[in-house]
Design a protein around this ligand. Structure first.
Ligand code: XMP
Length: 319
C-alpha cells in the first residue's frame, strides 16, 4: 500500500544514496515546495545541507522576514539570507520581454547559487523543489505540441553549465502531494496552505519593464488584496491570488484633483495542480470593496481591473 510516510522514507533513502557525504545547497524561495524539499533533505543528510534564501528584490511585503523567522524559529537548518536585490533589479532594468526577464533572473540565481556553493566549502549539489507540473510545462503544454510556454527558472538546461548536480526530491509529485508530504514532515499548517509564489516573483506580475516604483506600489496593493481575501474567509478556497501592476497609467479624479496613476489587475484562480485553472467568481460586492480599499490605501493606483480569464487560454501568471 502506498502511503506518504512510505514515500518520505523512500525519498530520504534515495537522497542519501544520491549525495553520499557531499555538501548540498538548497535554494529556498519561501514557497511550500522549496521548504518541503529543504526539510526533507535536512532529515536525510542533516548539516551537509545549507539553505540559501535569495532576496531578489522581487518578494512580497514582509516575505523575507517571514521565511527567515520560520526557518530560524522552527528548524535548526543553517540558512543564509542573501540580499541580492540590487544585483537583480539592476540586471532587469529596461527589460520588457517576458522570456528575457525570466532568463535574466534564472541566470542570476545560478550565479548566486554557485557563489554560495563555493562559500560553504564546495557544495556539489543544488537542491530544488521542482514539481511534476514544472517538468511537464517546460516541455509541452497539456498534451499539445512541444512548445515552451514559459522558462521556469527551476528547470531546464542551465544546471549543466553550472557544474552543480541537481537534487529534486519532489519531481514526481503534484502540489497536493507536496502539501501532504509537508504535513508528514511537521511543517505548520499556516505555511502549507500558502498560495504558490513563483521563483521570478513580482517581476512576472509587472508586465513590461520592472521598476522599483512599480514594485513598491505592487507590494502594497497585493497586501491589501490578500488581506481582503483573508478577511472574507476566501483564502483557502483559492489556489492562488495576487495583484499585478499594468504597464499603463490612466486618468482619474480624487477629491477636486485629477490623477494620472497606474492601473492594477487582480487575479484569483481555483485549480487542482496549476496546469489548468478557473478564475474565481468573487461577488461584485467583494470586488467593489477591494477596489475602493486599494485606491484609498495605496498611492499610485487609481484604477482596478479583475482578470476573468481561465487557463487555458490564459496562464495563471501574466508573464
Ligand atoms: P502559469 O503562469 O504557467 O503558472 O500558468 C502555473 C503555476 O506555476 C507557477 N509558476 C512558477 N513557479 N517558477 C516557479 O517556481 C516559475 O518560473 C514559475 N512560473 C509560474 C505559477 O505561480 C502557478 O502557480
Amino acid at each position: 500500500d502506498w502511503t506518504m510516510a512510505g514515500y518520505r522514507d523512500e525519498a530520504i533513502r534515495k537522497i542519501r544514496e544520491q549525495v553520499g557525504d557531499s555538501k548540498v545547497i538548497c535554494g529556498l524561495s519561501g514557497g511550500v515546495d522549496s521548504s518541503v524539499a529543504a526539510v526533507l533533505i535536512h532529515e536525510a543528510i542533516g548539516d551537509q545541507l545549507t539553505c540559501v534564501f535569495v532576496d531578489h528584490g522581487l518578494l512580497r511585503k514582509g516575505e523575507a522576514e517571514q521565511v527567515v523567522s520560520m526557518f530560524r524559529d522552527h528548524y535548526n537548518i543553517p540558512l543564509v539570507h542573501a540580499d541580492e536585490s540590487e544585483r537583480f533589479l539592476t540586471a532587469l532594468e529596461g527589460l520588457d520581454d517576458p522570456e528575457a526577464k525570466r532568463k535574466t533572473i534564472g541566470r542570476l540565481f545560478i550565479d548566486v547559487f554557485q557563489e554560495h556553493a563555493k562559500a560553504v566549502g564546495g557544495a556539489e549539489y543544488l537542491a530544488q523543489g521542482t514539481l511534476y507540473p514544472d517538468v511537464i510545462e517546460s516541455v509541452s503544454f497539456s498534451g499539445g505540441p512541444s512548445v515552451t510556454i514559459k522558462s521556469h527558472h527551476n528547470v531546464g538546461g542551465l544546471p549543466e553549465k553550472m557544474g552543480l548536480k541537481l537534487v529534486e526530491p519532489l519531481r514526481e509529485l503534484f502540489k497536493d502531494e507536496v502539501r501532504q508530504l509537508g504535513r508528514e514532515l511537521g511543517l505548520p499548517e499556516s505555511f502549507i496552505g500558502r498560495h504558490p509564489f513563483p521563483g521570478p516573483g513580482l517581476a512576472i506580475r509587472c508586465p513590461g519593464a520592472v521598476t522599483r516604483e512599480k514594485l513598491a506600489i505592487l507590494r502594497e496593493a497585493d497586501a491589501v488584496y490578500i488581506d481582503q481575501i483573508r478577511k472574507h474567509g476566501l483564502y483557502d478556497e483559492i489556489w492562488q491570488a495576487f495583484a499585478a501592476i499594468l504597464p499603463m497609467r490612466t486618468v482619474g479624479v480624487m477629491g477636486d484633483g485629477r490623477t494620472y496613476d497606474y492601473a492594477l489587475a487582480l487575479r484569483a484562480v481555483t485549480s487542482v495542480d496549476g496546469m489548468t485553472a478557473d478564475y474565481y467568481p468573487f461577488t461584485h460586492g467583494f470586488l467593489g470593496e477591494t477596489a475602493t480599499r486599494i485606491i484609498n490605501e495605496v498611492r499610485g493606483v487609481n484604477r482596478v481591473f479583475y482578470d476573468c480569464t481561465s487557463k487555458p487560454p490564459g496562464t495563471i501568471e501574466l508573464e
